[in-house]
Design a binder for this molecule. Structure first.
Ligand SMILES: *Cc1c(COP(=O)(O)O)cnc(C)c1O
Ligand code: SF4
Length: 433
């Protein structure tokens, strides 16, 4: 299958676009000036139900929607387009809006690893065991999720020399940090890289003799957005051989697949691609945020987890949509998130209850909403860290005032009249570094 990209520039060539109303096309044009927009022929031809595009979860996942911008932001771009304003003026207005959308959430600039006194860009080391690596060539995706705010890094540089240097630094850092057992290669989407580039990284890692590095993880949305990566792309076989090389070397390969909706698990192509990846000895774990307009229903999640375990995938995380970008459009309150999680979880067998959530990736760590309870007459959220900047914070239940209007950790107040949460003083010290 030949890969065909559609963006704001050429999407009107899509045959099915004639089913979309004039008003909706205009909204796409307006919102696409601010939010990233990219889709492809697999998504368009095999995933989207164009007869019901208005409510189709995959259409909403890839095509910018009016409600994703605040009304005043939407109107300001609409006005400039009506006035035939200069491209540069529109760009400036779009950038002003973007700056208001919190493009670098969760204190990410605090997680840069330091090697020989220098900060390593393209990497993060926030939790002891797992280091993140963002290879330069993996900073784009086969299509863009409308809820995602990683565009500051969607640059697409292609420089092999830089890549080789990059992985040398990562290896040197891992060698010094024997607590690291997992390297998570992420992006963007690392599976947009050519097999030759991925191989350069993986071969060096395997040859580096790092016995404490047990697991190589690859975080990718490619199974949902371009399963032909493993079937018909010219280097599909080479990719599978790289996966095989990892497992043959005695490392475990965890393919962290991003699926937002059961529809993405329904095509012959995705099933064949899953089968091919599993045959390399890789394990596939799955994760997704909970998203209003896309998957905010217990039935959808239960169906998704059931389909996943039937295909041999292991449900891993349910995330709460983070506090960036179009959160007002996609956001689900904490109380509703927990309710959806709980009702979905109770519909599946223990095999699918490997999933953890609903979880917020915020500055102190990954905080899970365990549930809602009442203690001495006070209604509370019961929370815990799944991951913490300090591992001592993990798996200790703590309490926040119940609040149906809370969408994120920053909206929560400690319960029982306490001034702050148990970790806050220590977090403030860590963040000074
Ligand atoms: C989620 C995450 C990880 C991985 O955590 P696991 O619990 O090991 O899956 C690592 N680093 C960062 C910054 C993360 O957000
Ligand atoms: S595939 Fe991942 S990085 Fe790419 S747009 Fe979607 S969520 Fe963002």
């Amino acid at each position: 299958m030949k890969y065909q990209i559609y963006t704001a520039r050429n999407y009107k060539q899509i045959a099915q676009i004639e089913k979309v109303s004039e008003a909706d096309l205009r909204s796409i044009d307006i919102v696409a000036h601010v939010l990233p927009f990219k889709t492809n022929n697999y998504v368009v031809d095999e995933l989207i139900d164009w007869d019901n595009y208005k409510n189709d979860p995959i259409f909403i996942l890839n095509f910018p929607q009016k409600g994703m911008l605040k009304p005043e932001h939407y109107q300001s771009i609409a006005r400039l387009l009506d006035q035939n304003a200069d491209e540069s003026v529109i760009k400036e207005a779009a950038n002003t809006i973007r700056r208001q959308l919190n493009p670098h959430p969760a204190g990410q600039t605090h997680n840069l690893p330091v090697l020989a006194g220098e900060k390593l860009s393209g990497a993060q080391h926030k939790y002891n065991e797992t280091m993140l690596f963002f290879p330069t060539q993996g900073q784009t995706c086969h299509a863009y999720c409308t809820f995602c705010f990683r565009w500051p890094q969607f640059t697409g540089m292609d420089n092999m020399k830089f890549a080789m240097k990059e992985i040398e630094n990562i290896i040197a850092y891992i060698r010094q940090h024997t607590e690291i057992t997992d390297l998570l290669i992420t992006g963007g989407d690392p599976m947009v890289m050519k097999a030759s580039v991925l191989d350069a990284y993986i071969s060096q890692l395997l040859e580096a003799d790092l016995p404490h590095l047990q697991t190589i993880r690859i975080g990718s949305k490619s199974l949902a957005f371009w399963p032909y990566r493993y079937l018909t792309d010219p280097d599909a076989e080479d990719i599978l051989n790289i996966f095989k090389k990892i497992t043959d070397a005695g490392k475990s390969l965890a393919f962290m697949a991003h699926f937002n909706h059961p529809k993405e698990l329904s095509t012959a192509a995705v099933k064949a691609a899953i089968e091919k990846i599993r045959r390399t000895g890789a394990q596939i774990r799955t994760q997704s945020p909970l998203l209003n307009h896309i998957n905010a229903s217990a039935n959808i999640w239960a169906e998704m987890w059931k389909k996943q375990v039937n295909l041999g995938l292991i449900p891993y995380y349910m995330f709460i949509a983070r506090d960036t970008g179009a959160q007002e459009y996609f956001g689900v309150s904490l109380s509703r998130s927990w309710d959806i999680f709980r009702r979905a979880y109770t519909k599946v067998s223990g095999i699918a209850r490997t999933v953890r959530g609903p979880s917020m990736s915020c500055t102190p760590g990954k905080v899970r909403v365990i549930g809602v309870s009442e203690v001495h007459g006070e209604k509370v959220f019961v929370l815990e860290f799944i991951q913490g900047r300090n591992s001592e914070w993990v798996a200790r239940p703590f309490f926040a005032q119940y609040d149906t209007e809370a969408f994120w950790m920053s909206d929560l107040k400690p319960a029982f009249g306490k001034k702050e949460f148990f970790y806050e003083e220590e977090l403030a010290e860590i963040m000074l570094d």
